[in-house]
Every structure is written in C-alpha cells, then in structure tokens.
Design a protein around this ligand. Sequence first.
Ligand code: V47
Ligand code: SF4
Length: 384
Amino acid sequence: MKPEGLQTYLNSTHISHELKKIADKVLSNKRISFEEGVLLFEKADLGFVGALAHVVKHKKTGDKVFFNRNFHVEPTNICVYTCSFCSYSRLIKQKEEGWELSVTQILDIIKKWDDKPVTEVHITGGVIPKQDFNFYTELFQKIKQHRPQLHIKALTPVEYHYIFKKAKISYADGMKAMKEAGLGSMPGGGAEIFAPEIRDQIAGGKCSAQEWLSIHEEWHKLGGKSNATMLYGHIEKFHHRIDHLEQLRQLQDKTGGFNAFIPLKFRNKDNQMSQVPEASIIEDLRNYAISRIYLDNFDHIKAYWAMIGRSTAQLALHFGADDLDGTIDDTTKIYSMAGAEEKNPALSTQQLVELIKQAGLRPIERDTLYHTVHDFSELPVETE
Ligand code: V47
Ligand code: SF4
C-alpha cells in the first residue's frame, strides 16, 4: 500500500485515536516510543501494522528484495550450554550423538564450493573448549588463504565471549585479532531475548545481553558490520520484545554497525520447551511488521526462509521484510532439528528469484554487505 492509500484506509476504517497517532508519526518519519511499540503489539491488527510496515519498507528499499548465495558450516553441535529452546546441541556427555570438525575437515567442506558462485560462508554452532581462539584464528586465516574473496560471516557473541574469556583477552583485542585473521562480519545469533527474567530461564549461563551488545559494539568500532536476531514466540511478553528492539535501536544509533534484523520464530520440536505452543502465522507477520516499524535505523529486515518456510517468507515481504537470506543448502541443521517446515533447506537462485517476483517485487542478489551483485528483475518468471 502506498502512503496515500494508507491515509485513505486510516480515515475510512474504525481505528482508535491512539493507533492513528502512531500511524501519523510513522508516516511523517518520526520514531515511535517504547509504549507505542507495546501498544502496537497489544492492540493493532495485522492489516494495520502490515500496511504501515510496507510503507516503511518502501521508503527504505523501494521494491527491492535482497538475497545472497551462501552456505553454512557448523563446526560442532556439542555445546557446554543447555539452552532450553535448542534442539540442535548435544551436551558434552552425549558426545557420541554429536559431531566435532577439525580445521582440515572444515576446509574440505569449504573446498567443495570452489567451483560455485557463492559469496559467503556462514559459520556457527555449539561451544566447546577445543574450538578455541587459536582454532578459529587458524581457520579464518586458512579460509582466506584458500579463497580470499569468500566473505567469512562467523560466530556469535556467545562463542566469542567463551573463547576470549578462556584465552584471557578483552573483547576489543579479541575482535581485532579475528578481523586480522580474516573475519568479514558477524551473524546475528545468540541474542535470544535480552530481558534477564526471560533470558535466564531459556538461555541461562551463556553471555548476558550486555555482553552480547558489547561484543557487537567492539566489532562495530573496528568498522565491522553485523546482524541482530530476536527469538520470539515462547515465554516472553510483548514488552520483552520491545525492550529487545529498543536495546538494538540504541546501539544502532551509537554505531550504525547493524546490517539487518532477523526475527527468529521459536520452533518447539525435540527440545526442553516442546510444551510451549508455537506462534501463529498472524503473530509471525505482526512481529515482522512491528519490528520494521520500531527499528527505524535498521536498513534491512530479513525473513529467514529456512526457518519459517518459503510461503511465510514470501508473505513477510509484504509485512516489512526486504531480505530472504540466501541459497543455503542442507548444511544447516539448527532449524530442521527444531521442527522448521524446511527439512532440507535448499533453494536455487532461480527459485529464490521466482519467489520474489511472484510477490510482485524486484530480486537483487547482494553480497554480505548489501552491495548489488546482480539485478534479476529482467529474468523471466516461471510460474509453475
Ligand atoms: O541464536 C536455536 C536460534 C540462532 C531454535 O545473521 C532457534 O544472517 C528457533 O542467528 N527455534 C542461530 N530458533 C541462527 C542465527 C541466524 C540464522 C540465519 C541468518 C543469520 C544471519 C543468523 O538460532 C540461535 C537461536 O536464537 N535457534 N534453536 C529453535 N528451537
Ligand atoms: Fe549451545 Fe547455541 Fe544451542 Fe545454546 S542455542 S545450547 S549456546 S548451540
């Protein structure tokens, strides 16, 4: 919906004064407050937030939708932590059910992509003592020696916090060393929900919200870019979601270092929170839309199709999202093990392009830092 159309919609339907006030603010590029964010979650219906979010998306990126060509490497699924939402990790004591790759094994995986036009490798997984500071600096150096143009998007503050603590070095020195070794950017994982009363229940023991934010801040100070996520739809309340978005918005005001925000829908298969029902698709779309509206200083909202499925991801493109992540293959297990729709997530470039075109939008292949690699607008769409 265009801004003019939205104004007509706002005038013609029965919308409360307080919601109209929020709409006026958003349409005149003013930032909404914490209380207004919570109010949107509590009172606004999908049509309302969706129309507003689509206008915001349009102002930021027009009708472009981004994706990249990437692949995932998960160095281990064994973990010293026991997050209750995690279906993926195996405790050190259940080691026989897990995998633990060496630097050489990871390089062998990377070499399998040598003749493919991928621009990024996304590396993340569990946390184990063996995969320490030296392991990762050696790995990054060797990847860069092998394929200098491949962008390394690797490890979250959960991993860095553990690695730096063990090596007894500061976040600032640690991130500097990772940059020198070849780190290109940081993915958004490990953020979960910042509010300690929820974080302690679902992700107790791993880095705190403050530590997560500090590591990103140190990385941004070095000129690095990163993403941010939020795990939603479990035991948190709406005000916890807005608190999370607020802390991200504040850091982004300070550093400008975040590329994209990625809402991650809690999936409940085979984990300690299986009794918690999953959010509905309506709630998923409202969450995309309100995130788009609230994070006025983030350029991109990513709908991670491997997690929510390609149909919901396609719909999310009309509720504020402008990025679908990438053409990952079945090397990521984090979501399929937690019950995501996509059991063997793989989408070819042509399929992603068609998905975006069917939504009436313009597919742009990007690199990790959102430079255009190829504009696919002109490719014909195969409908079936
Ligand atoms: O931090 C784990 C989440 C995250 C479950 O930056 C779960 O481009 C839902 O952050 N239900 C890791 N979510 C993945 C991640 C990511 C993914 C894609 C792109 C990018 C990026 C980052 O996965 C974890 C955690 O929040 N997760 N288990 C689950 N049961
Ligand atoms: Fe470990 Fe990450 Fe799973 Fe938590 S979410 S148990 S830190 S792999």
